[in-house]
Design a protein around this ligand. Structure first.
Ligand SMILES: *Cc1c(COP(=O)(O)O)cnc(C)c1O
Length: 381
């Protein structure tokens, strides 16, 4: 089965050897717009591409406002700060995620709490979170507190794993009931929709990443998505050193950040967004080929949940056992097909090993079995 899979993948990506997990593609106006930045000298913090890119992404995601920033990790940190996460607060997230989610929580000097994921989405489980809150939390003067630690549970950061939308409607309701701020780590899920609504637009703030390995890239970059226009405008002010606009005066009205995306990065982003439908359709077709290939085999293709549209950023397969996962990883990587396991669970990393956790059965189950297979844009057939 492994040899058959290797042949199948090599045929899908016959123009690439070895076959990478995910490579960016630039077949549109990327070069033209970057040259334009250089020709006009607007390569840095001044220029039109940033505003244009923000408008394109706001329209695409149907957000009230989108604010570009230097990367997704910083975007998450800013989102947490805007949602009032402070030292010693607790922030609920999932153990199945990229380390950046948890690092952003740590930058606030807050404490992550790891709650299990669902088997159908690999995203934060509303049922598990609800159980954990029933056991550990209480509401006092319109805020949520941990009864055991006494800390405030200020925010929740679910992540749409590999582009698969999580049960975000239920999480939204749960967070509202418990007075917890909802921030979506949508770093991997541009182009993924939950019941027709773009991921990252359910929470108070959503964060996208445009790192080189994501479905759409700006080289490096991120975007904050806001439901509230005013909050978005405030965020933009913060990302630009909180400078009060004036023709020559230097006036800053609060402590700001240098988090603004550069014009060059935004130029690449504008060009990429012009082709987002082509890129997503290509990735979807690859996913459907994989789905068909793994049908009636011992390997399960991880499909999009009902009523959801995944961007199929990274296609995932589930091997029957941990041993088979390890064998699959070894043989594919030895034979020129790049594959990767899911990240080591966050609660297993040394710096987060003392964090509070719920039961993590499903997370462990995925960690033992998931393999990501090549999912980038296919030029051939
Ligand atoms: C990529 C990613 C980030 C961070 O984005 P950067 O732009 O690389 O800083 C955050 N969370 C998740 C889940 C990611 O996959």
């Amino acid at each position: 089965m492994i040899q058959k899979t290797i042949s199948f993948i090599k045929e899908l990506y016959s123009d690439q050897n070895p076959v990478p997990l995910h490579a960016p593609v630039f077949f549109g106006n990327e070069k033209k717009y970057v040259v334009d930045c250089i020709d006009t000298t607007y390569v840095s913090s001044v220029g039109n591409y940033v505003d244009r890119f923000e408008e394109i992404v706001a329209t695409y995601t149907a957000s009230a406002k989108a604010v570009a920033c230097v990367n997704g990790t910083n975007g998450l940190y800013l989102a947490l700060s805007l949602c009032g996460v402070e030292q010693d607060d607790e922030v609920i997230t999932q153990p199945v995620t990229f380390v950046a989610t948890v690092n952003a929580i740590m930058y606030c000097r807050a404490h992550p709490v790891f709650i299990d994921v669902d088997r159908d989405t690999m995203g934060l489980s509303p049922e598990r979170m609800s159980d954990w809150l029933d056991k550990n939390a209480e509401i006092k003067s319109s805020a949520c507190f941990n009864r055991h630690t006494g800390n405030k549970i200020q925010a929740c950061v679910p992540m749409h794993t590999f582009g698969t939308p999580g049960h975000i409607d239920k999480l939204q309701e749960l967070c509202a009931n418990w007075h917890i701020e909802l921030i979506e780590d949508a770093a991997e899920s541009i182009g993924s929709f939950f019941k027709g609504k773009h991921t990252g637009t359910f929470g108070r703030i959503g964060v996208l990443s445009f790192n080189g390995n994501k479905a759409i890239t700006t080289g490096g970059g991120g975007m904050l998505l806001f439901r509230d226009m005013k909050e978005g405008e405030w965020a933009k002010h913060l990302t630009t050193q909180a400078k009060v606009p004036h023709r020559w005066d230097f006036n800053h009205d609060t402590i700001g950040y240098n988090y603004r995306m550069s014009n060059i990065n935004a130029a690449i982003g504008c060009a990429q967004m012009e082709n987002i439908e082509v890129i997503l359709e290509n990735k979807r077709q690859t996913a459907m080929k994989y789905k068909q290939f793994f049908k009636n085999t011992e390997i399960m293709f991880f499909d999009e949940p009902a009523d959801c549209m995944s961007n199929f950023w990274l296609n995932s397969i589930i091997l029957p056992t941990h041993e088979r996962q390890q064998e699959f990883l070894t043989v594919t990587n030895d034979n020129g097909v790049m594959t990767r396991p899911v990240w080591k669970l966050m609660n297993k990393l040394p710096m987060f090993s003392n964090c509070q956790c719920g039961e993590l059965e499903n997370a462990e189950w995925f960690a033992d079995r998931v393999v990501n297979i090549p999912s980038g844009f296919r030029i051939s057939n």
